[in-house]
Design a protein around this ligand. Structure first.
Ligand SMILES: O=P(O)(O)OC[C@H]1O[C@](O)(COP(=O)(O)O)[C@@H](O)[C@@H]1O
Ligand SMILES: [Mg+2]
Ligand SMILES: [Mg+2]
Length: 337
């Protein structure tokens, strides 16, 4: 069968009633922006895009030049698009409404323009994560409160991973699909349709350097993984940690596994490390649509009621049985059973 492009795939999805015409065009605009980011990243030091920007963001983090550049590329591309009412980003304190001079649409776009920032200067895979919501009816100038919708309200979610090849992973609520950027042609081509994550896994991803700060159930859960076949799990587990969520999640989309950034004493006051609206929620929808599961350790991630645009949450996602197991450890600790 001849490969189909992202455009052809989205036309098929539109015909199937899975996406409306405006959402189809919005996804194409985001994909084109990711292609531009991929080109900028590919230039590396030659393009002067490595290193610090010298500015900070609402998270209190030092911004990398590529954090700022990727944010600008996404804002500019979407300002023109005509499918949005407003954008929100990890790199901006408040949402950015589409300027009056530009055509507007009915969607709200959230993004983490550059995920895995700590890996930019060491040439390790990084990415872009995005989530699409509907703008509530009758709202001309959306503010942060209009974005505070649970993950179940997402109409589309995706990430682009900038690695040896550039991949776009997308769901519009009917399965999860992988597209590869054909750099010669300059377009994304469908390379895996309807991905399924294996239910069981022997691979886990966590920043183990935080271990002493973890809660008791997390300590016990990882101790049993490390005990391997000599412990209660009865088999050996392997560990991976890229420290780019997009790369760690893409490995799970490809061959299974569990990714976790749990609550720990260091990030407890903030509610977690990873951001709900433009990291956890889009990844949770992508993973669930591929047959996996996503939880905070105590509730289904997609059902978390958002209270703030940049709020953080604990994250457990990936192979269903393993996420269920991690949740069971937390439930047992919380209920004393
Ligand atoms: O540095 P740590 O503690 O390993 O955390 C790594 C995590 O932080 C992140 O880099 C946070 O995302 P940003 O790079 O977009 O801020 C995730 O991609 C990754 O999973
Ligand atoms: Mg991120
Ligand atoms: Mg980021």
């Amino acid at each position: 069968m001849s490969p189909i492009s992202l455009t052809q795939f989205l036309i098929e999805e539109k015909r199937a009633g899975h996406v409306d015409p405006d959402l189809r065009l919005l996804i194409e605009v985001v994909a084109r922006a990711c292609k531009r980011i991929s080109i900028a990243i590919g230039k590396g030091a030659l393009g002067g895009v490595l290193g610090e920007a010298g500015t900070g963001n609402v998270q209190g983090e030092a911004q990398k030049k590529l954090d700022v550049l990727s944010n600008e590329i996404l804002l500019e591309a979407n300002a023109w698009g005509g499918h949005l009412a407003a954008c929100a980003s990890e790199e901006m304190e408040e949402p950015q409404p589409i300027p009056d001079a530009y055509p507007k649409g009915n969607f709200l776009l959230l993004f983490d323009p550059l995920d895995g920032s700590s890996n930019i200067d060491v040439n390790v895979s990084v990415g872009t994560i995005f989530s699409v919501l509907r703008c509530p009816d009758g709202v001309a100038v959306p503010t942060a409160e209009h974005f505070l919708q649970p993950g179940t309200a997402q109409v589309a979610a995706g990430y682009c991973v900038y690695g040896p090849s550039t991949l776009l992973v997308l769901t519009v609520g009917h399965g999860t699909h992988v597209f590869t950027l054909d750099r010669e042609v300059g377009s994304f081509v469908l390379t895996r349709r309807d991905v399924r994550i294996p239910e069981e896994t022997s691979e886990f991803a966590v920043n183990a350097s935080n271990q002493r700060h973890w809660e008791a159930p997390m300590q016990r859960y990882v101790a049993d993984l490390l005990a391997g076949k000599d412990g209660p799990r009865g088999r050996d587990f392997n560990m991976r940690w890229v420290a780019s969520m997009v790369a760690d999640v893409h490995r799970i989309i490809t061959r299974g596994g569990i990714f976790t950034y749990p609550l720990d004493a260091k990030c407890k006051a903030k509610g977690g490390r990873l951001r709900l609206m433009y990291e956890a929620n889009p990844m949770a929808l992508i993973v669930e649509q591929a047959g996996g599961a996503a939880s905070t350790g105590r509730e289904r991630l997609l059902e978390v009621r958002p209270t703030a645009l940049h709020q953080r949450v604990p994250v457990f996602l990936g192979s269903k049985q393993e996420v269920d197991t991690a949740v069971r450890y937390h439930r047992e600790a919380d209920t004393g059973t």
